[in-house]
Design a protein around this ligand. Structure first.
Ligand code: 5GP
Ligand code: MN
Length: 345
């Protein structure tokens, strides 16, 4: 079932998670997306159903459209509840990291994770995992960490502890990381897992509305503004870029998650294969990259924006100004001309 994970790792994880009832902290990456939160809530619910005491600890806050889950697991946000979060980690018997491939992606929790002298388990689907956990389950062939969580839970004998709540959370992870089943879904296993989740009576139309039809009018106007005023298209390089300053975000009463998905829109333009968005945050610029076909945005981000991710979806950052970041990107693009023109979609 797993391509990269030795059976001994699965056996050890099974032992750790099923031999006795313990305290577990589940950690998604900072600025968690649907897959990070969906996987965290999913795995937490299953482990709680089994009888463990589980806390989810998110390095930063997460969007409102991911707050509708009816989970019994407490979600501590480090930026709001720092002491409680640190205490919960210190008191844990085991850590489970979901949906990230290096400790740095846990932001403010990086040090705490590295220091903790307790078994750490990683469940993730990003390429190039670093060796920061004791038990690494890294399967890059999976559409989402949520799909992988489902299979890992089956493999360690906890499949019977999946409930409606965990099924909803895992489905949300798969839904969001596949762009509503529009990419990363060539593996039949994705639909098999979805089919199994459906048996728990989840209502996909309700989840679709909760996740995608739950925006504020301000967010919709910000999207319109970005597409109309801030999108620059480089047709001869098959690329497009959007940039947003802090001031512009404030004008539209920005809330966490409002810019989620913006970077995908330029890829709807015929013949565009590479899209970038640069968003000014406190003391840094957050970059997101998306591509079609065989143009590797994770390599692009790793080489120039201190980041990484998947072939067609990656992120990174700069510590320079927004203007300097835009300048850097526009200077870099022509160097990728051949690759961009040769990208097959
Ligand atoms: P997003 O653009 O939605 O923030 O992230 C797209 C993908 O890239 C996700 O899989 C995410 O985990 C990864 N990613 C985002 N930002 C970073 C980053 O700064 N470093 C690394 N290594 N990966 C990132
Ligand atoms: Mn993911």
């Amino acid at each position: 079932m797993f391509k990269n994970t030795d059976i001994q790792i699965i056996t050890s994880v099974k032992k750790l998670l099923t031999e006795k009832k313990i305290k577990i902290s589940v950690i998604p990456h900072e600025n968690p997306d649907g897959d990070a939160i969906g996987s965290a809530v999913g795995v937490a619910e299953i482990l709680m159903e089994f009888g463990h005491q589980v806390t989810i600890i998110s390095p930063t806050d997460y969007p409102d459209f991911l707050k509708w889950f009816t989970s019994g697991a407490a979600i501590l946000v480090v930026t709001n509840q720092k002491e409680q979060a640190k205490k919960a980690i210190s008191e844990s018997d085991i850590l489970i990291c979901v949906d990230f491939n290096e400790a740095k992606r846990a932001g403010k929790l990086e040090k705490k994770i590295l220091e903790l002298n307790k078994p750490k388990i990683l469940i993730d689907h990003h390429p190039y995992p670093s060796d920061f956990c004791d038990y690494t389950i890294s399967e890059t062939g999976y559409s989402s960490t949520a799909e992988l969580v489902f299979d890992v839970m089956q493999a360690i004998g906890l499949g019977s502890f999946i409930t409606h709540k965990s099924a909803e959370a895992l489905y949300t992870g798969i839904l969001t990381d596949t762009g509503s089943f529009s990419h990363s879904t060539s593996d039949p296993n994705t639909f098999k897992v979805v089919s199994d989740l459906m048996k728990f009576g989840i209502e996909v139309d309700k989840i679709q509305s909760a996740v995608y039809h739950n925006f504020s009018a301000d967010r919709m106007r910000l999207l319109g503004y970005c597409l109309n005023n801030k999108m620059v298209v480089f047709p001869e390089l098959r690329s497009a870029m959007i940039s947003i300053s802090k001031k512009e975000l404030e004008e539209f009463n920005f809330k966490t998650g409002d810019t989620e998905g913006f970077v995908n829109y330029p890829l709807s333009i015929a013949n565009i294969v590479f899209s970038a968005i640069f968003i000014e945050r406190e003391g840094m610029i957050k970059a997101s990259f998306r591509s079609k076909g065989n143009f590797h945005v994770n390599h692009f981000s790793r080489d120039h924006f201190n980041g990484g991710g998947h072939r067609n979806a990656a992120g990174g950052e700069t510590k320079t100004t927004l203007e300097e970041t835009i300048e850097k990107f526009t200077q870099l693009l022509p160097g990728y001309r051949h690759q961009l023109l040769e990208t097959i979609i």
